[in-house]
Design a protein around this ligand. Structure first.
Ligand code: 4AD
Ligand code: MG
Length: 463
């Protein structure tokens, strides 16, 4: 069907022209003067278009007066200036064809506002609401901006695998992948015999594309991967998903300082991009979801990030006089209450924390000469906490081998990763942006389950 997007009608304002549009009815009002108003949305923009349907239309009594929210229609009509307040144009219908009815006694999206908890139970219909439409458009725009940032800088986009035999983060939070009949497992010496499984060895869904991205960085220089990652961590929080999207650039001949600069430049670029391209949707979030959002985004786009070492951060937290639930002690990981204190109270801006204790970070991070800390960096934002985790990678074969053993991993599974340090090793660094957490920050949405179309969390895979 040849049709115009409603967004295009609002931007091009083709007054006097006949157009065809299609979408889903949001509301219908009938005027005593013998016509009806239909608010139609097609997902192309936040705004609904107002359609005026005159009772002279042949199906006015039989169909138009029965139209209710959720029904899908195709409308042909003329774009005219709107005499009413609140919109500058409307469509005078010549023809309204009903494609799909929506029984008003059964359609769940009747009220103007539903709770997000309720909308999660109807994830198949929630994109028809203003909020979820806006989230989807911002998410789309950010995805494109990610590619344009890297492409402009000559990074090569690499498709890293989703099925893998290794555990990048070494944290053991893996979803196993198997073609076994789980009710009838082949057993050898009282253990599952993986040699009979699809790959002949245990396999899992990837927790990160980093290790494979490193392979390509050490051949092509600057690369990035952007795809889904999976973690079986049992964290039932507003910032954790079992399936989330991660953007992971990896740069050869790059040390930690440069890694931090690229990461901060990247975040500012993305924010700048949505401020330029998604203002209608951001204004909606600013009004209904998080007052002050646009101002906050503008400040980050033009402001600076505070950079502190982990050791300094621990000192600041210890001196704060705050009663934290988790003790602040050098060697402990920063908890979200600590991250929030740093961003919200201590500095009131995004914070980069670098040089963490080796014990709390994965095996691949480069060991500092103090022997106690690694060249890690986390970027913390208000509200959502850690949006980026990155590091310079260990490029020394012997040190890396030690670190793999020390963290309890089997070096045999990492032979190819170790090989990169035997043949043409070079300093290299990268980071991972938690895409969904970032979308959460940009939209001001409270819960990460509401920024991904179909959230996967412990006990929840209904859609
Ligand atoms: O800090 P993480 O674990 O780092 C890595 O995976 C590295 N391999 C990245 C790299 O250097 N290439 O994860 C990166 C980011 C976190 O900062 C966080 O924003 C997000 O991914 N993240 C999650 N987002 C949603 N749900 C979860 N369960 C997440 N776990 C991490
Ligand atoms: Mg991390």
């Amino acid at each position: 069907m040849k049709r115009e997007y409603i967004s295009h009608i609002f931007s091009s304002k083709p007054f006097g022209k006949r157009v065809t549009i299609a979408g889903w009815v949001r509301t219908r009002r009938d005027s005593k003067a013998g016509f009806s108003f239909i608010e139609l949305n097609d997902g192309s923009c936040l705004k609904n278009i107002q359609i005026i349907v005159d009772r002279g239309l042949s199906n006015y009594e039989t169909e138009i007066l029965k139209l209710s929210p959720g029904a899908s229609i195709v409308v042909r009509g003329e774009v005219v200036k709107s005499p009413g307040k609140g919109q500058e144009l409307e469509l005078r219908a010549d023809e309204v064809k009903i494609l799909g009815w929506s029984d008003p006694s059964k359609y769940p999206l009747q009220k103007k506002r539903h709770s997000f908890e309720f909308l999660r139970t109807i994830a198949h219909l929630r994109p028809r609401t203003n909020t979820f439409g806006a989230v989807a458009r911002v998410r789309n725009r950010l995805s494109i901006a990610i590619h344009s940032f890297f492409q402009k800088r000559g990074f090569i986009y690499i498709h890293t695998p989703i099925l893998t035999g290794s555990d990048c983060e070494g944290a053991g939070q893996l979803f196993r992948v198997t073609s076994f009949d789980l009710d009838n497992l082949p057993v050898k010496d009282k253990k599952v015999d993986y040699s009979k499984d699809f790959f002949g060895v245990p396999a899992n869904l990837t927790v990160s594309g980093q290790l494979e991205a490193e392979v390509y960085a050490l051949a092509m220089g600057n690369v990035y991967t952007f795809g889904p990652t999976f973690r079986a961590e049992n964290s039932n929080t507003a910032r954790h998903l079992a399936e989330f999207w991660m953007v992971e650039p990896e740069m050869a001949f790059c040390e930690l300082d440069e890694d931090v600069s690229i990461a901060t430049e990247f975040l500012k670029y993305l924010i700048e991009d949505v401020l330029t391209n998604c203002m209608d949707d951001l204004s909606f979030f600013n009004k209904f979801i998080k007052p002050g959002l646009i101002n906050e985004l503008e400040e980050i786009a033009k402001g600076h990030f505070k950079i502190v070492s982990y050791t300094e951060a621990v000192e600041i937290l210890s001196r704060s006089g705050e009663q934290f639930q988790f003790p602040v002690k050098w060697g402990n990981d920063l908890q979200s209450e600590h991250e929030r204190y740093l961003c919200e109270r201590a500095f009131n801006c995004p914070v980069v924390v670098y040089d963490y204790p080796r014990e709390i970070k994965p095996f691949y991070m480069k060991l500092n000469s103090d022997g106690k800390t690694v060249r890690a960096m986390d970027i913390l934002f208000k509200g959502v906490g850690e949006v980026i985790g990155g590091s310079e990678r260990e490029d020394d074969y012997d040190v890396l081998l030690e670190r793999i053993k020390e963290t309890g991993l089997n070096p045999d599974n990492y032979w190819w990763y170790l090989d990169l340090r035997r043949f043409g090793s070079a300093p290299h660094s990268g980071f991972g942006l938690g895409f969904d957490r970032f979308v959460q920050f940009v939209t001001g949405m409270n819960n990460i389950r509401d920024v991904i179309p179909f959230p996967r969390t412990p006990g929840n895979i209904n859609f």
